[in-house]
Write a protein that binds this ligand. Structure first.
Ligand code: F0G
Length: 491
């Protein structure tokens, strides 16, 4: 698996030494004794990947309207489009699939799932859904609506879309350092708590049905949120009687960053950190497709009895009976097991270090990335990578297309394709950042896959002047990044 660098140093251990805060080092030493950090698993089942020629990839791009969501996955060599639902399950989870109880009501697998979610979150009502956005739809159908405002450190796109679909407004309250890609700081995912206080004063408590915090902050670089920030946000919400919810997709990765970076947490177990994070919340939404290491699933967890009743009533209409939501018993079983496996500290150490390894290597070659590396993904700063392409020609999209064209790597634009707007006069308002996300599926790729990605990105960087901008030729009214069609702007 190529774990040794050219200079003979073990690669991952070498990276550990470059952890940017020396005070973290004692954690590293105590866990690794400075040996190479290896993938903490053996591979029992493999899936071949298909190699294509540059000409074949060009055809695939043209057929898909230069939208990477519209190309067949089979034509992708290394798929870093998302870390969502792309996880490799463990032998234990597959065994759990066989043990799944498929009873319509009160299945054994439901109770196992419920116990595990309760153990971690301490929340009372555990409501399974088929994925994160189903949880969001149910929650915001009840709490959203015209005139309502819902703040977050940064809403993910489906969260925003579900809020706006209900008629409410979704507002992001990031910190200044959080939206500066070059600043290196420990917790760039934090909520701007001063802005939150001002926001509550301006919008009015009566118009804020809940406040959310997303861990880790996916829309802003996969950056973690500190425990102090979760505690402070919760305190502000409680002072005003506003329910405080965690968008918990990557809760374990966030907790591991807290262990590494926040004073007072180095000797705590990740599980106890997770439990403390949730202790400040009145509820959470979860996409199990991330940190439950499964391929489908989600849940809502809430303390409020009345809200839980309403949520279950909506659940029954579209998702299913409250003891299975939109899932099969076997899925609930796999989630329960995954939620425990994700807390394994060897796993989390490998996970966080191997993502940083990709970021550090391309960054050392001059590629501008959102600093420091995030937990589940590396975000390339396309504005800096392609300064000759203006935002209205979608530099992030241009770069993502180029990675595929050059090396068969699929990534995801998080910039003006996803988040730009037109104002009342039809003027283009670009997204605040133009990013390309390389999201790492959990337990899927080895270090040599990642080394290939590093080489390819550096090659594209060396030839960046030749990359064209793109224009949209077709787009839907919402979530356009999924289905819009593009064409290159040929000068
Ligand atoms: N919240 C966050 C922070 C997310 O990252 C996602 C999904 C969701 C909610 C919705 O969950 O997909 O299960 O409906 N993020 C994926 C991604 C799609 O690629 O980042 P879902």
């Amino acid at each position: 698996m190529g774990a040794i660098a050219e200079d003979g140093q073990p690669v991952y251990a070498l990276c550990e030494l470059s952890v940017y805060r020396i005070r973290h080092l004692h954690v590293v030493v105590s866990i690794t004794t400075m040996k190479t950090i290896i993938e903490p698993f053996k591979i029992k089942s493999v899936e071949p990947i298909k190699f294509a020629t540059a000409e074949q990839r060009e055809q695939v791009l043209r057929r898909g309207g230069y939208n990477l969501f519209a190309i067949p996955a089979e034509d992708v060599l290394i798929d870093l489009l998302t870390d969502s639902g792309t996880n490799a399950m463990s032998a234990d989870q597959w065994a759990g699939v066989m043990r799944g109880d498929e009873s319509y009501a009160g299945a054994r697998s439901f109770y196992r799932f419920q116990d595990k979610v309760r153990e971690l979150t301490g929340l009372k009502h555990i409501i399974p859904t088929h994925q994160g956005r189903a949880s969001e739809r149910i929650l915001f159908s009840i709490l959203g609506g015209h005139g309502k405002h819902i703040p977050n450190n940064a809403h993910f796109d489906t969260t925003r879309a579900n809020i706006e679909f209900s008629g409410a407004e979704a507002d992001d309250l990031p910190t200044a350092e959080g939206i500066d890609p070059d600043v290196i700081a420990d917790f760039k995912g934090n909520m701007n708590t001063d802005a939150l206080r001002a926001y509550i004063a301006k919008v009015g408590v009566a118009n804020i049905p809940l406040c959310m915090i997303t861990v880790t902050n996916n829309s802003q670089g996969g950056q973690p949120v500190s425990m102090a920030n979760i505690r402070e946000t919760s305190k502000i919400c409680r002072e005003h009687g506003i329910p405080f919810f965690i968008d918990a997709c990557r809760f374990a990765e966030n907790a591991y960053f807290i262990k590494l970076r926040e004073p007072g947490y180095a000797d705590r177990s990740v599980k106890s950190i997770v439990q403390e994070m949730f202790s400040y919340a009145d509820g959470c939404t979860m996409s199990a497709k991330k940190d439950a290491i499964v391929n489908i699933g989600g849940f809502i967890a809430i303390n409020d009895d009345n809200l839980a009743l309403k949520a279950r009533n909506l659940l029954v209409i579209t998702e299913g009976f409250p003891t299975y939501g939109g899932l099969a018993g076997r899925d609930l079983e796999a989630i329960a097991i995954g939620l425990e496996e994700v807390l394994d500290e060897h796993y989390l150490q490998y996970r966080i270090r191997s993502t940083a390894y990709l970021g550090e290597r391309i960054s050392a070659a001059g590629v501008p990335i959102m600093q420091p590396p995030g937990g589940h993904a590396i975000y390339i700063n396309a504005k800096k990578f392609l300064p000759h392409i203006p935002p209205e020609q979608f530099p992030g999209q241009a770069l993502a297309i180029e990675f595929f064209r050059h090396a068969g790597i699929r990534s995801c634009e998080i910039g003006s394709v996803m988040f730009s707007r037109y104002d009342a006069s039809g003027k283009f308002i670009p997204a605040p950042m133009e990013l390309v996300r390389l999201a790492i599926p959990r337990r899927v790729y080895t270090q040599s896959h990642i080394d290939y990605v590093i080489e390819a990105i550096i090659e594209v960087y060396q030839n960046r002047d030749k990359i064209p901008g793109y224009r949209i030729v077709e787009e839907p009214p919402m979530l356009r990044h999924f289905t819009a069609k593009f064409e290159p702007i040929v000068k």
